[in-house]
Design a protein around this ligand. Structure first.
Ligand SMILES: *Cc1c(COP(=O)(O)O)cnc(C)c1O
Length: 232
């Protein structure tokens, strides 16, 4: 246990230092960058350690796994984001567990969120997931279709679009991810004038490429293995 604590603490301070450097390089206020602990397949014990270091935002990918962990952590003031692929038959449960859905990627899902949000008397904050690498195997709205999709989602009064999210193609060299992050920021800036003032978040960058993502405008970075260590 003490070993794990030390390991995670070192990871955390390394990440903080890298964030600081990236922000200095890009002229960004590092206080504006939020770290989301991507905790899928990581134990509750590890989540507690990360929480004690000051991270209060976590993301889970699987509703069933999350349900168990969120219950065990109910006394911690954690903000939970859903960051996985959301099946429509899990929406009701997801809305009860998570405060924000980062992966709205199709109208059918928006319709289902609207339906259950109304029943539960909620307004659900979401990010739109963008398939920025235009990969066949990946979820997300294609960049060309984004404006049209957002216009449709705006018709759902129980959904509030608070930002964009992406998971670009995996590149060994993070520099190769930079063009995707730049493209995301350009989409984000282009949309801003047409959105509410709480359209503020750009969720991008993971273990491998968060430094580059910050330099290109990320406001939330989603860190899994660089923080917790290898997944189980
Ligand atoms: C797993 C996951 C992450 C974290 O990935 P790491 O490489 O472990 O940092 C971030 N975002 C999403 C959507 C994920 O599924």
């Amino acid at each position: 246990m003490e070993d794990i604590k030390k390991f995670i603490k070192e990871n955390f301070y390394r990440i903080k230092e890298n964030i600081e450097k990236a922000c200095q390089k890009a002229g960004i206020d590092s206080g504006k960058i939020k770290i989301l602990g991507a905790s899928k397949k990581q134990s509750v014990e590890k989540i507690k350690i990360v929480y004690e270091l000051g991270i209060k935002l976590f993301g889970e990918n699987y509703v069933q796994e999350a349900e168990k962990k969120i219950k065990e952590l109910k006394d911690f003031s954690i903000e939970w984001h859903f960051i996985g692929r959301l099946q429509t038959n899990k929406v009701k449960k997801a809305l009860k567990l998570f405060s924000l859905i980062e992966t709205l990627d199709r109208i059918e899902l928006a319709k289902t969120i609207q339906k259950y949000a109304k029943k539960l008397d909620l307004v659900v904050p979401v990010f739109i997931e963008v398939n920025i690498g235009e990969e066949l195997t990946k979820a997300g709205i294609l960049p060309d279709k984004l404006e049209e999709f957002i216009q449709e989602v705006k018709n759902f009064d129980r959904i509030k679009i608070k930002g964009l999210m992406c998971l670009p193609p995996y590149k060994e060299n993070p520099e190769e991810a930079r063009p995707y992050f730049i493209k995301m920021r350009n989409l984000f800036e282009k949309l801003k004038p047409y959105m509410n003032e709480d359209f503020t978040e750009l969720s991008m960058g993971t273990t491998n490429d968060y430094v580059v993502a910050i330099e290109e405008g990320a406001t939330i970075i989603r860190i899994g293995e660089a923080l917790f260590g290898k997944r189980e």
